[in-house]
Design a protein around this ligand. Structure first.
Ligand code: SF4
Length: 267
């Protein structure tokens, strides 16, 4: 019998229930387990329907390819000192290839930038198994399923938050810096950092390209630097709002704050 004041217990939520990420994410002992659990998540009915519908219909250029059509886990080493946080998988990009930022123009721009500052082995990312390696950096998103119109709802963002909070918590011992891509990434990242145990300033600082925030050391963790960067969406890169030089400048700063050396590149 439950003691006084104990919450009633019941069966754990299934993967298609809204409480699944909050229940499951903190129970993952490492990033490999977390990534596997993320891939099995079906907690957002609208996004599950969309990612699978896109995967079944396919774009003409990819008609002969099998789409991933599942949640896309983070990509990069489990001891990353730097994390780059985007928005969500693109319908015909990461939702097709199964790897963050892989297979679309935004990813082409981002990985070229990571390569330019010595954090990626090559400037292009085409598919899982293409040999791309990231050095000390992990790329992830606050929403792991492709949303219609690239717009997750606030409820979907909040439902998915425990996955990002757990990912940041598992990386915490060696994590030194985080780059948030765009205002959505920034606004979704801060509460995830709070949920992972970092103290947040009040009021929360606004997003801006080049914005920097320092979260103080706490709970045995070193201080964490948070940087803002415009999202490398085609809207931003085509209009010149985000130039390649601007991206490289932020990534260089982030690499230095994370204490990362420039790694080897493919010839
Ligand atoms: S967006 Fe996140 S919480 Fe929602 S179904 Fe996908 S992985 Fe699960």
């Amino acid at each position: 019998m439950a003691g006084r004041g104990c919450a009633p217990t019941g069966p754990p939520p299934g993967s298609d229930e809204r409480g699944f990420p909050a229940h499951q994410a903190p129970r993952c002992a490492g990033l490999a387990a977390l990534d596997a659990a993320v891939v099995g998540c079906r907690a957002c009915p609208r996004l599950v329907a969309w990612r699978e519908q896109v995967g079944a219909a396919r774009r003409a250029a990819f008609r002969d390819r099998e789409y991933w059509a599942k949640p896309v886990p983070g990509f990069g080493p489990p001891d990353a000192a730097l994390v780059v946080v985007g928005l969500a998988p693109a319908a015909h990009g990461a939702n097709r290839t199964g790897r963050m930022f892989t297979g679309d123009a935004s990813g082409d721009f981002l990985f070229a930038g990571l390569h330019a500052v010595g954090l990626a082995s090559r400037p292009t990312a085409t598919h899982r198994g293409d040999g791309l390696e990231l050095y000390g950096v992990r790329v992830t998103a606050p929403v792991h399923c492709a949303p219609p119109g690239n717009r997750p709802t606030p409820a979907e963002r909040d439902t998915c938050r425990p996955w990002l909070a757990a990912e940041l918590g598992l990386l915490a011992p060696g994590l030194r810096a985080v780059v948030a891509l765009g205002g959505f990434g920034w606004q979704a990242l801060l509460p995830a950092l709070g949920a992972a145990g970092w103290p947040l300033p009040r009021p929360r600082p606004a997003f801006g390209h080049g914005a920097e925030l320092t979260l103080p050391a706490a709970g045995g963790r070193p201080e964490l630097r948070v940087l803002g960067c415009y999202h490398p969406s085609q809207h931003n890169t085509f209009t010149g709002r985000l130039t390649f030089a601007m991206l490289v400048e932020v990534l260089t700063r982030a690499r230095e704050l994370a204490g990362l050396p420039a790694g080897p590149k493919d010839p």
